[in-house]
Each structure stands twice: as structure tokens, then as C-alpha cells.
Design a protein around this ligand. Structure first.
Ligand SMILES: Nc1ncnc2c1ncn2[C@@H]1O[C@H](COP(=O)(O)OP(=O)(O)OP(=O)(O)O)[C@@H](O)[C@H]1O
Ligand SMILES: [Mg+2]
Length: 379
């Protein structure tokens, strides 16, 4: 017997009177509703049960492309096509998908867009932490109802995973390896038996077709070894790589900064490519411990300098330029952000940064203005 959990609470609360309903950060399925609708309308390939799109259309949604009627689908993920194809295909099988990678490689981003494209809903989400309880993955109880009427369907509070099973949708688990091992193991029955027993009611919730699960894990955090081998076998692992070249990374940062700037109502900035390129170059060199030309070794700071950090440094810089400058992104607008991202440990990282500044940045042709701006904030 399977419980009927199809009713879902409304997803967005009513705004205060007079306030616009625009969410600060709309869900992927809302932000890209137009693209998803265009894809669905023109997608004539077979769709797996309860999928909103065919696997091909899901991959196109993620990687971008132009539809037969000329609709342009913007790329969400910039990276090897095969990775996306394998990820999408996995979701159409009985194995769950584990997105693995160092911080800032778009694991969360890809997971959200996959769920939005496959199920039209990216909100069935469990955020993994060291304190994630079993109820967050299984179900909990509404204690007032439980005390008043005893255990009943009404008193049961389904987890996002339980709802995804009942509705045949995609569930998401963020930061799986941060969840304590015994709680993680709750997923084994769900993923292998596709069922979630509710012993208190003498029932179970069986996953209907269309259900699958996307987990993300950070391989720098505590190691994926924390995933029990029993659980690991239930997943297909897809590793998201760092951008392969500086050009690819500049491209990612430019696109994302533009999207974020639009959502923050920042005036469209004229070409900020020069500074974006510099931020990306500095981050890559410090990350790799080697200058782009391969000639000079540099020390790496303690924090991660991923694409995600580059995106926030540039977004912060554009806000500075828009509100306090002339709208053009200049070295002084990104310098403070770079310093903040690089120097996480005030003692050790500061030395690393000063050394990089004096030995690499100072000598680099055409970087004098950038060097000065960095010197000014680092003093
Ligand atoms: N290859 C890429 N293509 C498109 N966007 C990218 C890429 N790499 C990073 N980003 C951007 O970087 C930002 C951060 O990504 P996200 O938060 O998904 O990283 P993550 O891998 O989940 O990191 P963490 O391990 O810290 O949770 C997002 O805005 C995302 O758009
Ligand atoms: Mg993440």
C-alpha cells in the first residue's frame, strides 16, 4: 500500500501588500520557465515516465543550444558535454546520481538545473549537515496531531525524499558526505528497494516511476570515503572538473556575473573582460601554484579559489563600480574582493599574497594599474 502524499504545500508565501512577489533568487524552473516551456513544446523525443523533457532536451537545457524555431537556450553548465549526458542518462536508470568535485565546480548548480528540467521542480531538497537527522530523509511527525489523534497519515510530515518518491520526481541531497554515516544509510533502502517503510502506520511509501535522487558531495570536505560502500554502489558518480582553461573560466564568470547582475538590477556594465580575465588569472595561478606561462612557482593560499569565488569577486566589483564609480569595472573595484578571497588566514595567506604580488603581478606587462590597486588595499 502506498501513501498518498501528492498534496504539496504552496511553494512561495504571499508577499507583503505592496511588495513585489519577485523572489530574490527564483528557483531554476521559475527563472528559466520560458526556456523550459520552449523545450517541452518542441521536444518530440521519448520521455521517461513523469519526465517533463526527454533526456536530449534536458542536456540541451543544461548545455545550451538553438531550437528549430530559433529559440535560444542559454548554457547553464559550461564543461564537457559527455559529463552532462552521463548525468542525465543516470537519472533515467535505477541508479542515483552523485555529483562529486572540489568546491565551486557547480555541483549544486547542476543538481538544481537537472531537477528543474527533469521534474519541473528543484525544491525537493535536503541540506546535508553534521546535524541532519533521519527525519529529514524519511519523515517526521506533526506532534500536535500525533498527540491529539495518534499516528495517522495526517500527522505524518513527509521529507522531501518521501514526497519525491510518492510523486515520481527528483529529490536532491546536498553535501551527502557531511551527513552522519548512520543517517546516510537510511538512503540504502530507499535507493535499492525504492520503498520507505512507515512502521508506525504499518504502511510503506513506494517510489513511483520517475523518482530518482541527485546527491552532491565535496571531495575536499571530508573525503568521499565517508560514504559507505553499500551506499556508494547505489550511485553513479560523476566528477565535475575545474574549468579546463583560463578562457573557459573567463567565459563562465562572464556569463554568471551577467545573470546575477541582472537579478540584482545592476546596470549592464560595459565590457569588464579585462578585469574578469585578471581575477581568473590570479585565482588560477594561486590555485595551481604556477604562473600561466609555467615559468614561476607560486605558493597557494589556504582557502579555495574556485570559479565561484571569482564570480563573487567580480559581482562585488561591478556593484562597487555601479554605485560608487562610473559603472566601468576597474582594478580598484576588484582588488579588495581578491584580497578578501585570498587572505583567509591573516598571517600565512598574507605572506603568500604579498609574495605573489611582488614577484608576479608587479612584473607583468600591462598590469601596473592592477598592481597599484592591489598594493593599495593590501597595505
Ligand atoms: N563549469 C561551470 N559552468 C557554469 N557555472 C559554473 C561552472 N563552475 C562554476 N560555476 C558557477 O559557480 C557557482 C558556484 O557553484 P556551486 O555552488 O554549484 O558549486 P559547488 O560545486 O556546489 O560548490 P560547494 O562544494 O562549495 O558546494 C555557480 O554560480 C555556478 O554557476
Ligand atoms: Mg554545493
Amino acid at each position: 500500500m502506498s501513501a498518498n502524499l501528492a498534496s504539496t504545500p504552496s511553494r512561495t508565501a504571499a508577499p507583503h501588500p505592496g511588495e513585489s512577489a519577485a523572489a530574490l533568487r527564483p528557483h531554476a524552473e521559475d527563472a528559466f520557465a520560458g526556456e523550459l516551456a520552449a523545450l517541452a513544446a518542441q521536444d518530440d523525443r521519448p520521455r521517461p515516465a513523469r519526465w517533463k523533457l526527454s533526456p536530449w532536451a534536458v542536456a540541451t537545457y543544461l548545455l545550451g543550444g538553438t531550437l528549430p524555431d530559433g529559440t535560444v537556450i542559454s548554457p547553464k553548465y559550461v564543461g564537457p558535454r559527455r559529463i552532462v549526458e552521463v548525468a542525465v542518462t543516470t537519472l533515467a536508470t535505477d541508479r542515483a546520481l552523485l555529483l562529486l568535485g572540489v568546491p565551486g565546480t557547480a555541483k549544486t548548480w547542476v543538481s538544481e538545473h537537472l531537477a528543474a528540467a527533469v521534474s519541473g521542480d528543484s525544491t525537493l531538497l535536503v541540506q546535508g549537515t553534521a546535524g541532519t537527522p533521519e527525519e529529514a530523509i524519511r519523515y517526521g511527525w506533526n506532534y500536535a496531531r500525533l498527540l491529539a489523534h495518534g499516528p495517522s497519515r495526517d500527522a505524518l510530515v513527509p521529507s522531501p525524499v518521501m514526497r519525491a518518491m510518492a510523486e515520481g520526481r527528483t529529490a536532491r541531497v546536498e553535501e551527502l558526505t557531511r551527513i552522519p554515516a548512520d543517517v546516510q544509510d537510511t538512503l540504502i533502502t530507499i535507493l535499492s528497494e525504492k520503498t520507505l517503510p512507515v512502521p508506525e502506520l504499518g504502511e510503506e511509501v513506494q517510489a513511483v516511476r520517475g523518482f530518482n535522487l541527485i546527491a552532491t558531495a565535496n571531495d575536499r570536505d571530508r573525503g568521499v570515503n565517508d560514504l559507505s560502500s553499500a551506499l556508494r554502489r547505489r550511485f553513479n558518480t560523476v566528477v565535475l572538473p575545474l574549468p579546463e582553461s583560463a578562457e573557459a573560466e573567463v567565459d563562465i564568470v562572464t556569463r554568471r556575473v551577467e545573470q546575477i547582475g541582472r537579478s540584482l538590477d545592476l546596470p549592464a556594465a560595459p565590457d569588464g573582460k579585462t578585469e574578469i580575465r585578471r581575477v581568473v588569472t590570479v585565482f588560477r595561478e594561486l590555485r595551481d601554484g604556477l604562473t600561466g606561462d609555467g615559468r614561476t612557482k607560486v605558493k597557494s593560499p589556504s582557502g579555495t579559489l574556485s570559479t565561484a569565488e571569482a564570480i563573487s569577486v567580480v559581482t562585488g566589483g561591478l556593484a562597487l563600480a555601479a554605485h560608487f564609480g562610473d559603472g566601468v569595472l576597474r582594478p580598484a573595484d576588484v582588488a579588495a574582493g581578491i584580497l578578501g578571497a585570498v587572505v583567509r588566514d591573516p598571517a600565512a595567506d598574507r605572506v603568500v599574497w604579498q609574495e605573489y604580488l611582488e614577484t608576479v603581478v608587479r612584473e607583468r606587462e600591462g598590469w601596473t594599474d592592477f598592481y597599484r590597486a592591489c598594493r593599495e588595499v593590501s597595505a
